[in-house]
Design a protein around this ligand. Sequence first.
Ligand SMILES: Nc1ncnc2c1ncn2[C@@H]1O[C@H](COP(=O)(O)OP(=O)(O)O)[C@@H](O)[C@H]1O
Ligand SMILES: [Mg+2]
Length: 310
Amino acid sequence: MHPPAPDVRWDVVGLGANAVDFVYRLPAAPAIAGTFSKMRISRQSISCGGQMTTALVACSRLGLRAKYIGATGTDDNGRRIRAELAHHSVDLADAVIHDAQNQYAVIMVDDTSGERIVLWDRDERLHLRAHEIPERAIVTARLLHVDDVDQEAAITAAQIARQAGLVVTSDIDRLTPRTADLVSAVTVPIFAEHVPTGLTGATDLETALRQLRAVHSGLLCVTIGVDGAIALDGDTIHHSPGFTVHAVDTTGAGDVFRAGFIYGTLQGWPTDRVLRFANAAAGLSCTRPGAIGGVPALPEIEALLAADLA
Ligand SMILES: Nc1ncnc2c1ncn2[C@@H]1O[C@H](COP(=O)(O)OP(=O)(O)O)[C@@H](O)[C@H]1O
Ligand SMILES: [Mg+2]
């Protein structure tokens, strides 16, 4: 006997990383040797980011009811990220505070291209424990989004969600001994560009996605920066090109892409439309500084999509 379906309370519940970003804008891309091994910083700032929290703020901005599950720290950065999420109406009732420094990142942005390097650290004490995964809240959502920072928690939460019939989207951007298990646990793996070839040993993305079909029967997606995104749907490859924008800071683009993907999925759109919307949202996020700071609003995305058709 199945229990009666609980009332849906959240459009999206997200489990994963939050971070405060220490952003240094540089006149060029840094290099280990030569002219660009030493540079004067053009500008510095502190802003909120983190892949899960950026994605959830973007979802909230799109009008979705969003809830965050993860651990923040007891320091100023922990307070800062909690205030930012609350400000953007992301629910924190099941987020926990651990006695540790909050996760943070040092981000170096190249002023000429908007591309960035992310250096991060995370106190081990921020790990989410099994009893901190709020099963009752997860099953009252329409969709669960996970990343690969707390992989054990992500896999457990994904299993709970799928058992309850939820779609589980993801942000998979590292290769670890548990990556393959995380891929199997989610409904839609959304990979960073280097992951599918790294997982399979294939030399090109399309071959890699087709090889991953052996272990995952659902939609497989990968973001490819300025070139947009590629997805394998059944045995069809979709390539959705990126939007031409003036990129000033690509930090958070992958997170905003996933928020757009989640929005489109919850609308029940076909794959091509989901990818196009996600690319438009992510492209807009590149036109302004910061991860959470770059999150676009729905009318702007709709305007970019309409302009592209014109
Ligand atoms: N320079 C850019 N111009 C336009 N869109 C971009 C640019 N960089 C990234 N994007 C958009 O952001 C998405 C995510 O970027 P990507 O570089 O693949 O992710 P990440 O760097 O987070 O791994 C892309 O799929 C694309 O839609
Ligand atoms: Mg990128």
